[in-house]
Design a protein around this ligand. Structure first.
Ligand code: GLN
Ligand code: ZN
Length: 769
């Protein structure tokens, strides 16, 4: 067995410094290139990654370089490798039973009436994985040698990489029961059938030259999965005992990032594996446990989830503390670097001072190199690097803008967090004169090629501010006219001026910086460019008011102002780590509060504050959830607390799993809440009714994730289902989410059908409000 290297990362961004993978994959999907060209582009990218990692200080020959490439998603990779695909895709296998790349993409994206795998958020990140579907009849068999070939490819290029694969417990714990499974079926019950395929895979990886393999088992840290911690621990013990006993396998590193392992740590310590990676950014040093002797502990002290350079000296201290457990220690990132952009050196437009406080993926790799050197040569050998990081940290602490007296000097009282009583608001809002089952949309209208081109030309300086504004006014006018023609009740301006619902606000608030190349994979070929929230947040000038007021001037209907809420702005940015999130959220909330006051002054009577990310930031540990829900709800209430009784405050949430967050949603105290419901055929209305939700609620009737136009009958039946469960006076009619990703033809046809269906249902429920 070769020893585990002194330092490593748990994974590296797959998309490429200039989103090469996105371009290659999308060209293939569009039929512009063939499989051969796509495979070539991907191999080039992998080779570039290995070279880069070696040049940044990870060793060429010692398994410190992970092989963590994926064409789309690592969970789908693991599912395809073990053959766990839904029955509806079985015919896509090649003659030899393997799942090729074209089949893989079809499973990810669907085809005709074959629905793709569902997509959902990966732990508490903004990365989305594909949810495997597993039933009693799922046949597990090694169905893809892709990872084995990648190892061979690396070996041929002179590297000894460490293949990374989602482990069997996590694969099953994240899976959902297949459609044909009996009620109550638990995919985890198939563990014993699945593990032998991993045994076979490990053998092949070893034969291809892998000395180590990394099994990612983040499910073990989560308390937010259907399986209990005890079930997960048992599953891990059982799977690892089999894998550990297998002959001809590589050494096994089990990585369990995103939170503290807690009670599962002793299980891993006792398992017949060779190394354990623990997240020391999110969790503390584990307690000594039996079986650790001879195992390597990879201390995840470099934050893989955020872009700050951080306190390197403190990170080294933690590694030394970890050594106290008596096992050999290696320096690691807390999670895969998948959540980070590639390289801060690519950012020529950021303030150099800000740059000196940052570390993107490549800089984190360099930090690992430093820590690893410290572990082998002693602290003195890396004193200069530790000091430099500490100096940057203290520079950051004292830099102008990081702490802004005017922002910090504001005194808040409890009254700032509450609106007037809802009964009083209800009466005041009757003046809005809305009909029963009011019709609205979630905010954005299609972002056409024309809009994107105009924005790009404006950004490049090819058209003037005046011309661009004139273009946007024309766009808004046509969106307003369309809604009037369709007969919607509460109109929107369509958000054509926004590139992204968070970045737009980041660009207009102090305390944020926006990157040029800071792309991070969101799902598949999609990437987002999170803004950097580095300083105290304030609003130098009104942001949305002119657009909303302009739109309102075009119509006698109510025009809904559109803001992104504080929690979502935090969730989809890289947020400063030098103060509690709650404090940062309140600063954002106060800026939004000023915006709301200005919208009101401009005659806007309905204002929506979107919080689609409220659930995503929910901590994985149950004990941490109440505090999170408390500050997140309070920040929303602070943002909206100043709104007059007559102002109708809406919020929008992008999902329908209410469960743990229903009380929080109620506590937001919005007058109207819109949620996603069309995809799950209104299943959620029963929960809403049961919870006795007594405010306006708009369960979506149009699945905007699909190009399909719902028929009038379909929408009508969804509405009837809602009317059965929820008092009509509370019901609103709206799509699941914004329309920005859709085209105009389908949007117009769908909205027309929604209006017609609403008329039918209204005729029947009449004035029963
Ligand atoms: N107002 C936003 C839109 O319509 C909301 C999007 C979201 O919730 N993700 O685009
Ligand atoms: Zn949404």
């Amino acid at each position: 067995m070769t020893a585990f290297p002194e330092g490593t990362i748990l994974g590296y961004p797959r998309i490429g410094r200039r989103r090469e993978l996105k371009k290659a994959v999308e060209a293939f999907w569009a039929g512009r290139t063939d499989l051969f060209e796509l495979e070539g582009a991907a191999a080039e990218l992998r080779a570039a990654t290995r070279d880069r990692l070696a040049s940044l200080g990870l060793g060429r020959g010692d398994s410190s370089i992970p092989e963590s490439f994926s064409f789309y998603d690592q969970v789908l990779d693991a599912a395809a490798t073990v053959g766990a695909i839904p029955a509806r895709f079985e015919d896509l296998r090649s003659a030899d039973g393997t799942i090729g790349l074209a089949a893989y993409f079809t499973i990810a994206r669907g085809e005709g009436d074959r629905a793709p795998l569902e997509m959902t958020k990966w732990f508490d990140s903004n990365y989305h994985y594909l949810v495997p579907e597993i039933g009693p009849d799922t046949v597990f068999s090694l169905s893809s040698e892709r990872l084995v070939r990648e190892v061979a490819e690396a070996v041929a290029a002179g590297f000894v990489t460490r293949p990374v694969v989602v482990g069997p417990v996590t694969l099953l714990a994240l899976a959902k029961a297949s459609d044909d499974a009996p009620d109550g079926f638990d995919p985890l019950s198939r563990l014993d059938d699945l593990v032998p395929v991993y045994v076979e895979l490990l053998g092949r990886l070893r034969a291809a030259g892998a000395e180590w393999v990394q099994l990612d088992e983040p499910a073990l840290v989560s308390e937010s999965l259907p399986a209990s911690t005890e079930q997960l621990a048992d599953a891990a013990a059982s799977a690892l005992s089999v894998l550990g006993e297998a002959s001809g396998r590589p050494s096994i590193l089990v990585a369990a990032p995103y939170a503290e392992l807690g009670a599962v740590f002793p299980v891993l310590a006792a398992a017949p594996i060779e190394a354990i990676a623990v997240d020391l950014v999110r969790g503390g040093i584990p307690e000594a446990a039996e079986g650790l002797a001879g195992k390597t502990l990879v201390g995840g002290v470099v934050d893989g989830h955020n872009i700050w350079r951080g306190d390197l000296a403190a990170a080294f201290d933690r590694l030394e503390e970890l050594r106290g457990l008596g096992a050999p220690v290696s320096a690691g990132t807390s999670t895969s670097l998948l959540h980070l952009p590639h390289d801060v050196a690519d950012e020529s437009r950021l303030d150099p001072r800000l740059v000196s406080w940052l570390a993107f993926a490549d800089q984190k790799v360099e930090q690992i190199g430093v820590l690893a050197r410290g572990l082998s040569a002693g602290r003195a050998a890396i004193a200069d690097e530790l000091d430099a990081a500490s100096a940057a940290l203290s520079d950051r602490l004292h830099a102008p803008g990081v702490r802004d007296g005017a922002v910090r000097g504001r005194e808040l009282t409890e009254a700032d967090f509450a609106r007037v009583a809802s009964a009083e608001r209800k009466t005041a809002q009757e003046a809005l004169g809305l009909p029963v089952l009011p019709l609205t949309t979630i905010g954005s209208f299609p972002q056409t090629g024309e809009i994107r081109r105009a924005r790009a030309r404006f950004t490049r300086g090819e058209i003037s501010r005046e011309d661009y504004d004139e273009f946007l006014r024309r766009e808004i006018s046509s969106v307003v006219a369309l809604q009037e023609e369709l007969g919607l009740d509460v109109l929107v301006h369509g958000e054509p001026e926004r590139n992204d619902m968070v970045q737009y606000f980041a660009e207009n608030l102090d305390g944020f910086a926006v990157t040029e190349h800071g792309w991070v994979q969101s799902y598949g070929s999609r990437a987002t460019r999170p803004s950097i929230l580095w300083g105290d947040v304030s609003r130098p000038a009104p942001i949305t008011v002119a657009w909303s007021a302009f739109a309102q001037s075009l119509t006698t209907a109510h025009l809904k102002g559109m803001l992104t809420g504080p929690v979502t702005i935090l969730a989809w940015s890289f947020v400063r780590d030098d103060q509690p999130l709650a404090e940062t959220a309140d600063q954002v909330a106060l800026a939004l509060r000023e915006e709301i006051a200005d919208l009101e002054a401009a005659g806007i009577a309905v204002i929506q504050v979107d919080e689609p990310a409220l659930r995503e930031l929910l901590p994985l540990k149950r004990a941490d959830q109440p505090a999170y829900l408390d500050w997140s709800v309070r920040s929303f209430r602070l943002a909206t607390g100043g709104a007059a009784a007559a102002t109708q405050v809406h919020t929008h949430l992008c999902y329908s799993e209410f469960g743990v967050v229903i009380d929080a949603i109620r506590a937001l105290d919005a007058d109207v809440t819109s949620i996603e419901a069309a995809r799950s055929r209104m299943e959620v209305v029963a929960d809403i009714a049961e919870a006795g939700f007594d405010r306006g609620i708009g369960p979506g009737v149009y699945d905007i994730h699909s190009p399909r136009v719902p028929t009038v009958d379909e929408v009508e039946s969804l509405l009837r289902r809602a009317v059965e469960e929820i008092p009509t006076r509370h019901l609103w009619v709206n799509p699941d989410c914004g329309l920005k990703t859709r085209g105009y033809d389908e949007t117009t046809a769908s909205l027309r059908n929604i209006v017609e269906a609403t008329r039918r249902v209204r005729a029947e429920v009449g004035a029963v409000v």
